[in-house]
Design a protein around this ligand. Structure first.
Ligand SMILES: Cc1ncc(COP(=O)(O)O)c(C=O)c1O
Length: 380
């Protein structure tokens, strides 16, 4: 007898349950629900800032609730052009293209810049969206060990045609930064392009939050392309690719997640533009997010916990097992603290962690409270 369709789902669900890896959605109240939030990626505390929500509302009133179609079909608004111009200028690149998410931006950059016959060298710790970009691209991907520029160099040396190196700037699991200068020099030596995902660097690293490529002196160079998300430090939604004008023109013609996707919603573009302008006026927010992360790390380590020294605003604390990590995060929540919980398959090395995000708007008392709760609930 033929089995029913999707029977394999039950099998997968039971394996997942046995491994303690079931994911469920939790309702989220409109306010903080009384929780101190160290789980979101709202690094600069802007998602609910009145200038950002006001920017979203004004843009929706003027341009509508949605972009109504691909920008190639229904036209490109002044709002999108303004955001692209100001974002490129802020980060130090010649041009920018905004897309509906950071995920779409990564798919766009990698697929459009790695045609058939090209080599893609990808760090083993890269974000899922870069990995999916590699899977969809026509070029051949070689995955190299995490944070190993020498392996990148050797891989580039083994290939004759066009090549790109693809890396997160700040890795989302442990919050460690890539050696962009070494990656760039390997690219320079072999004539390769460098595509870096600055999702966790924009707004946090570089002068006043101009991002990791600017901090490394790579912004605006002929071989560097950066992707960013507008959904973390900008408190909005959407993504962008930044690079030389000829690369951006090529994406408009070749990137399927730009061509066949509805343009970024006006409200998201308006919120992102408001966040960008606020950051230009208040550049100290970037340094404050980094200082909060450093303080969290120092205090957690002093409590005997195994926390990774943060290079940006992500602080990762190791847990002994996936089950312990889930229980730990739930106990924190029960004590009024929201923290992220990363476990397989989201962690390439199989180590489960609590993931804390530093926010520029956290007070000293809130940092102390958070450390107290995490330490008190830690699995011993
Ligand atoms: C490193 C990295 N790149 C890309 C993305 C995707 O960005 P978005 O949420 O805007 O799609 C994320 C997270 O969401 C991320 O952490």
């Amino acid at each position: 007898m033929a089995s029913a369709p999707f029977d394999w789902i039950d099998e997968q669900a039971s394996l997942r349950a046995q491994a303690g890896l079931v994911r469920t959605l939790r309702p989220r109240p409109a306010d903080s629900g009384g929780l101190l939030d160290l789980a979101s990626n709202d690094y600069l505390g802007l998602a609910r800032h009145p200038e950002i929500t006001g920017g979203a509302a004004a843009a929706a009133r003027r341009w509508g609730g949605g972009a109504t179609g691909s920008r190639l079909v229904t036209g490109s608004t002044e709002l999108h052009a303004e955001l692209e111009r100001e974002l490129a200028e802020f980060c130090g690149f010649e041009a920018a293209l905004v897309l509906s998410s950071g995920y779409a931006a990564n798919l766009a950059a990698v697929t459009a810049l790695a045609p058939h016959g090209s080599l893609i060298v990808s760090d083993a710790g890269n974000h899922a969206s870069l990995i999916d970009g590699c899977r969809l691209a026509r070029g051949t991907t070689q995955v190299v060990p995490h944070a190993d520029p020498e392996a990148v160099r050797k891989t580039l040396d083994s290939h004759a045609g066009p090549a790109v190196v693809v890396s997160d700037t700040v890795f989302s699991v442990d919050g460690d930064a890539a050696s962009l200068i070494e990656l760039s020099s390997a690219c320079g030596e072999f004539g390769a392009g460098l595509i870096v995902d600055d999702a966790h660097g924009l707004g946090v690293l570089g002068d006043g939050g101009r991002g990791a490529p600017q901090a490394a002196g790579l912004a605006g160079t002929a071989h560097t392309v950066a992707t960013v998300t507008l959904s973390k430090s900008f408190g909005s939604q959407g993504g962008a690719v930044l690079g030389p004008a000829k690369v951006i023109d090529h994406l408009i013609n070749a990137a399927r997640t730009f061509i066949f996707d509805t343009g970024l919603a006006p409200a998201a573009a308006g919120a992102a533009l408001a966040a960008l302008r606020l950051l230009v006026r208040e550049p100290e927010r970037a340094a404050r997010a980094r200082a909060v992360a450093a303080e969290l790390h120092e205090r957690l380590t002093a409590e005997g916990l195994s926390a990774v020294r943060p290079d940006a605003a992500v602080v990762s604390v190791r847990a002994p097992s996936p089950e312990a990590a889930v229980r730990w995060a739930a106990d924190c929540r029960g004590a009024g603290l929201a923290v992220g919980c990363f476990r397989p398959p989201s962690v390439p090395d199989g180590i489960s962690r609590l993931r804390l995000t530093a926010r520029a708007d956290l007070t000293g008392a809130q940092i102390a409270d958070a450390v107290r709760v995490i330490s008190r609930t830690a699995p011993r």
